[in-house]
Ligand binder design. Structure first.
Ligand SMILES: Nc1ncnc2c1ncn2[C@@H]1O[C@H](COP(=O)(O)OP(=O)(O)OP(=O)(O)O)[C@@H](O)[C@H]1O
Ligand SMILES: [Mg+2]
Length: 191
């Protein structure tokens, strides 16, 4: 089972993934937690590039799209191995982030064809204003209008690809409860 949490920066993905991992572990599941960009050499290069003030420029995003696809291809082997071992894989972002951030052009889908689709995608949805407030102090390259565009793309993708949309404006515990309920149903567990 490959579960992915998606959402704009500051939507609470890292926070919720830690809680989800702990809960699944307490329920007796073996869990592999992964994130994109990864800690491979390509992933580290992406992180460095994301700190560039021009990171939201179109050309820059195109380059990032190519690098993300390479980084993701490396990650896939790890995910597939974990699944074969019966682990639940929870991922902080997946190729849907590329579709949302780097514009969903056809070439992006092509170069991501080696990326396996998650079995379950949870979209943490919230107002960009709230997300930005939560990120204050962190070096973030996005502004409100950029995040607004990304949020819209995510919501469009959610309809097309059957994501579960979680209201991430709520407090941490309420969001965790909502996520637990969706994951439990998919894994055939009781909450
Ligand atoms: N539901 C919530 N209510 C209030 N604050 C929250 C909530 N969820 C997370 N936070 C806080 O908001 C900040 C951003 O959360 P977090 O790092 O989990 O987001 P993220 O989606 O992983 O962001 P990024 O994409 O930048 O990695 C953190 O300081 C976290 O403690
Ligand atoms: Mg995070």
């Amino acid at each position: 089972m490959y579960i992915c949490l998606e959402g704009i920066d500051g939507s609470g993905k890292s926070t919720q993934i830690k809680l989800l991992e702990q809960w699944l572990y307490n329920c007796g599941h073996e869990v592999l937690r992964v994130f994109e960009p990864t800690d491979s050499k390509v992933g580290r290069l992406i992180r460095e590039m994301l700190r560039n003030p021009h990171a939201t420029d179109e050309n820059f995003q195109r380059t990032l799209g190519l690098l993300f696809a390479a980084d993701r291809t490396i990650l896939m082997d790890k995910i597939i191995d974990a699944e074969v071992e019966g682990k639940v894989v929870i991922s902080d972002r997946c190729f849907y982030s590329s579709i949302a951030y780097q514009n969903g052009a056809e070439w992006l889908s092509q170069i991501n064809k080696f990326a396996r689709k998650p079995d379950l995608v949870l979209l943490l949805d919230l107002e960009p204003e709230t997300a930005l407030m939560r990120c204050e102090g962190k070096d973030s390259f996005e502004d409100r209008s950029f995040l607004e565009k990304i949020r819209k793309k995510y919501l469009k993708l959610a309809k097309e690809e059957e994501f579960f949309v979680v209201n991430a404006n709520n407090g941490i515990n309420k969001v965790h409860e909502d996520i637990k309920r969706i994951v439990a149903r998919r894994l055939g567990m009781c909450v």
